[in-house]
Write a protein of this length. Structure first.
Length: 464
């Protein structure tokens, strides 16, 4: 991706080939978008009834199903995720729209008890739900279609106008989805995409007409934007992590290794809950590390449009440089590099397994966001849990053991929003709650959970 004053060039992360040039919006265009969204919200005669929203989303699903190959190729081209993984992303996105449509029928309030005190007799009270207002969504590059769905469709489902700013590195999937929504009958004011520079996008955060911010990206940017919110604006922030895994001596190694391989190297590790720090009991650490390295060496890295590719490029060449710098630092400080550790090209990095990096190097203390998995040997589980909890990240974690008591105790003691038992940290389905704690974010994602956060309670009290 390169930028000029007026256009953005979307480039293939694999070979730097120009995919498309698109115009960039200015401050006035963003103002027009916010005004249009706000008009739709304040003019209640323009609100879409639940049955209308359901019908539009149903048509959206039907159109998406006819365009699976096209949407897959767009996502793989612009984001660099291998074709088969991009295909899975498109199928997830369709399922996300389906989930939102189904949950419209679950938007409901409750009766509030009256008559419990003399002052409350002869009254009936009910709550019902209203959309929160204009939603602004600022998205990331790594799942260009599915993130678009997660950051727009819940708002559409609850009846809140939404404006999304996709990553300028991967805007094409978002724009394709906008076209599908409009073709399905959604009036433009209910969902708009805006391509703009970061300084202009800040209007989506600071404008007092915005009632909810959905942000997916780095912690540095997310917390900064939260500090700029207008009074009363709600937000959900999804940042990254450095996901820990604890492997007990009784773990099923043969079942575990393919899961760790997938969880660590899926999308070249550019996933906020990728397997990163694997704490393995000393009885197994050399065995697990060696076997994982052999499996990583066999992964096919390269062109994401080649259906045999398992690991694609990093999003930018400077990310390849950064990952190599971190790996080199760890090796210099004493880590053993069991496989990888080198650039393949300007855009691709070898799947890398490091054994026992020091605790103070960057691969141990920060989110790698690259194809690197670190294995650490431990003798006492208490120590492993302490190390796992030592960072300010708290997102998804995992434990491998056949002992249910140990599993439950570890789940209880790990500082994480979700702990997988005998599965990798990157497991996710779109109807489960998803979100980080501490530096990893705030608020809860997942289709119906996002819908809930974009609704407000209103109460009606009837005196009779």
């Amino acid at each position: 991706m390169t930028k000029t004053d007026e256009k953005v060039s979307v480039l293939s992360p694999y070979d730097n080939r120009l995919i498309k040039e698109l115009p960039l919006a200015g401050s006035q265009e963003l103002e027009d978008a916010i005004s249009l969204a706000h008009e739709h919200f304040i003019e209640r005669d323009k609100w879409l009834a639940p049955h209308q929203r359901m019908a539009i989303l149903q048509r959206t699903i039907e159109i998406m199903k006819t365009r699976i190959p096209e949407l897959t190729e767009i996502a793989a081209q612009e984001g660099g995720k291998p074709y088969m993984d991009s295909l899975a992303e498109v199928e997830r996105a369709i399922n996300g729209v389906q989930l939102a449509m189904e949950h419209i029928a679950q938007i409901k309030g409750e009766q509030i008890a009256m008559g419990l005190t003399p002052a409350s007799v002869n009254r009936i009270a009910y709550t019902f739900k209203e959309p929160i207002g204009v939603v602004s969504s600022i998205s990331a590059f790594n799942h260009p279609l599915n993130l678009t769905v997660h950051q727009t469709v819940p708002a559409i489902a609850v009846g809140a106008p939404v404006i999304i700013k996709p990553s300028l590195m991967t805007p094409l999937s978002c724009l394709a989805f906008m076209d599908i929504l409009y073709e399905a009958g959604l009036p433009k004011g209910w969902c708009q995409a805006i391509l703009c520079e970061t300084d202009i996008a800040e209007q989506l955060v600071t404008d007092q007409r915005v009632s909810f911010l959905s942000f997916i990206g780095s912690a540095r940017v997310g917390w900064y934007l939260r500090s700029k919110l207008s009074p009363g604006t709600h937000c959900a922030l999804e940042h990254g992590g450095a996901a820990p895994v604890i492997v007990e001596p009784d773990a099923d190694i043969d079942a575990m290794l393919p899961a760790l391989l997938k969880g660590g190297f899926y999308h070249a590790g550019q996933v906020c809950v990728s397997v990163q720090r694997v704490f393995v009991h000393e009885k197994l650490s050399d065995l697990v590390a060696g076997k994982l390295a052999k499996m990583a060496e066999q992964l096919i890295t390269g062109d994401p449009l080649d259906k045999k590719t398992e690991v694609g490029p990093l999003i930018l060449p400077r990310e390849v440089d950064r990952v190599h710098e971190w790996v080199t630092e760890a090796i210099t400080a004493g880590a053993t590099c069991l496989c990888g550790g080198q650039r393949i090209s300007e855009s691709c990095y070898e799947p890398t397994v490091l054994l026992n990096p020091p605790d103070n190097v960057r691969v141990s203390t920060q989110e790698i966001f690259g194809p690197v998995v670190c294995i650490y040997s431990y003798s006492e589980r208490d120590t492993a849990i302490e190390q796992a909890n030592s960072l300010d990240y708290a997102f998804q974690a995992a434990v491998y053991t056949k002992n249910m008591d140990i599993a439950l105790d570890t789940v209880n003691r790990l500082n994480a929003s979700a702990v997988m038992v005998n599965d990798h940290t990157a497991f996710r389905v779109d109807w489960m709650p998803f979100g980080g704690r501490n530096s990893s974010g705030m608020g809860v994602g997942g289709i119906q959970y996002s819908m809930h956060e974009m609704l407000l309670d209103k109460m009606m009290v009837i005196k009779h």
